[in-house]
Design a protein around this ligand. Structure first.
Ligand SMILES: *Cc1c(COP(=O)(O)O)cnc(C)c1O
Length: 207
């Protein structure tokens, strides 16, 4: 189980405090915020982009980003390949699946995910590594609903692994669970939880 400490809206001093306590993986959801904080912090931090990525901003994070959790198109995947190659790096990617009831959340449908992988184009991309899937459950107190969504994502993960990554040991990450639902996500097979407010406190968007 990997803990991604989601540090968005919190200053680099607070990130440093968590780093000193032994935390190595941090998540941000905005490129702008990520590139303003990362240079102030130790360069052995693994940075995770967990929010939607606009393709024109990719070049700013390509030199250092560890994992992008929000890959939701073949176009974005090939751009990541291109920018990673320019930087002579490999960038780890998770394919984001839409599992929530809300229309507004990003991510692919099962059909879109399957078609992306069926194309086989990712097989030619030698500077990315698809590590698994990511999803966000519905914003609700109904934990049965949330559990059902996580269970669905886990079963999709198993199916995708079997169909497209059968001999690929590295396809082994399932990023699901936040402060409000990580306990359910872990019970349903999460390997990466993305936790913000339970670690850093409530976010203050006004500052
Ligand atoms: C903010 C955020 C989180 C963490 O949310 P908390 O409720 O503070 O734990 C996790 N995943 C994504 C994609 C986020 O944007």
């Amino acid at each position: 189980m990997k803990l991604i400490a989601v540090s968005k809206t919190h200053p680099s001093e607070q990130i440093m405090e968590a780093y000193r306590a032994g935390q190595s993986d941090f998540g941000e959801n905005k490129v702008q915020e990520l590139i303003s904080k990362a240079p102030l912090l130790p360069n052995d931090i693994n940075w995770h982009l967990i929010g939607h990525l606009q393709s024109n901003k990719l070049k700013y994070i390509a030199p250092f980003i560890h994992t992008i959790h929000s890959v939701d198109s073949l176009k974005l995947l090939s751009l990541i390949q291109k920018e990673a190659q320019k930087n002579n790096r490999t960038i780890e990617c998770l394919l984001q699946v839409h599992i929530a009831m809300e229309e507004t959340k990003f991510g692919m449908s099962e059909a879109e995910l399957t078609s992306l992988l069926t194309s086989g184009e990712h097989l030619t991309m030698d500077h990315i590594r698809i590590r698994g899937l990511m999803g966000m459950a519905s914003f609700t107190d109904d934990m049965d609903q949330v559990r059902g969504e996580f269970r669905y994502l886990r079963s999709l993960f198993m199916k995708i692994k079997q169909t497209f990554f059968a001999e690929k040991e590295f396809f082994n990450q399932l990023s699901m669970g936040m402060s409000s639902d990580y306990h359910v996500a872990i019970e349903e097979g999460s390997t990466m939880v993305r936790i913000g407010s339970s670690i850093f406190g409530e976010r203050n968007y006004s500052s």
